[in-house]
Design a protein around this ligand. Structure first.
Ligand code: ZN
Length: 287
């Protein structure tokens, strides 16, 4: 009975012109922003669509066909993550490979969470991936010996300056891995998020950006994230960085993409500024 009622509610919703949750609501603001981006000859790609929480490769493909924003799909690879071994990774790639959007397969990637990930992946599987995305949001270990997830509200930092030195080195080390996209750059844990300007000094921002540029790593603008802040984005643009866009979803719902459109306008982004994330070509880190 419950299912019948649910189906009826869904049908009624569609009949009233509501858009399915995995598709972008075709609001005037969305259509205008997209038209403006297209007026700049930009082809937008969302490189951070997790296949989790009800999101599927087919829904991602439908989203691309409905919106014109290209979909690229990934999932977390690492110990204690959904793709924790090569068998799971192979199965993920096989499943995602079947989806078609506008007649083409979707780019398939992984988000890596362990710092030795490139030694754990079968090189043949790495070759099948179109890109590798990493963020800096796991560093150190908890009292229980687990990797410390910096976004957890329980994270406390006694000496922000000392911590920042360690965190900055962690950022640079991640750029040495054979990654394609640095997600959510300049992230800070909630307990020190009010010290952004003090901790992310211009020399630090500059060093991070210059390394990303030298390594060909794109810098992500993530929907709904406060990071990176405008000062970082402006400096990155001036230093010739490439940008990518991402959702970082937890379910199959769209996220508000207005931050992407704001960045495009504020930074005056042109096709040359957007990343074509490079394929992971080897299982050894860049040096
Ligand atoms: Zn993610």
């Amino acid at each position: 009975m419950r299912n019948i009622l649910l189906s009826f509610a869904l049908l009624a919703g569609i009949a009233c012109g509501e858009t399915a949750a995995h598709l972008y609501p075709q609001t005037d603001a969305f259509k205008q922003s997209l038209a403006k981006a297209q007026g700049r000859d930009l082809t937008l790609t969302d490189y951070h669509i997790h296949i989790r929480g009800g999101m599927t490769p087919d829904k991602a493909a439908q989203r691309q066909e409905q919106s014109g924003i290209r979909s690229a799909v990934l999932e977390n690879f690492g110990r204690e993550w959904p793709l924790s071994n090569n068998v799971a990774l192979a199965s993920f790639i096989d499943t995602c490979s079947k989806a078609r959007a506008n007649g083409q397969p979707l780019p398939i990637g992984i988000q890596v969470n362990d710092r030795d990930w490139y030694t754990q992946i079968d090189p043949a599987l790495l070759k099948r991936l179109d890109y590798v995305l990493a963020d800096t949001m796991i560093m150190g270990v908890t009292a229980e010996g687990k990797p410390r997830r910096l976004w957890f509200p329980t994270v406390t930092i006694d000496d922000p300056e000392a911590w920042m030195k360690e965190y900055f080195a962690h950022n640079l080390r991640i750029l040495d891995e054979p990654i394609s996209i640095l997600a959510n750059p300049t992230y800070l844990p909630p307990c020190i998020s009010n010290r952004y300007d003090q901790l992310w000094t211009e020399p630090r921002m500059r060093q991070l950006i210059e390394k990303a540029v030298a390594k060909g790593v794109a810098l992500e603008v993530q929907a709904g994230s406060a990071y990176p802040k405008p000062a970082f984005l402006r400096l990155a643009k001036s230093l010739g960085a490439k940008f990518s866009f991402g959702s970082n979803n937890f379910d199959d719902k769209t996220k508000d993409p207005s931050r992407w459109f704001e960045a495009i306008e504020q930074l005056n982004l042109l096709p040359v500024d957007l990343a074509l994330p490079k394929k992971p070509s080897s299982s050894t880190p860049h040096s």
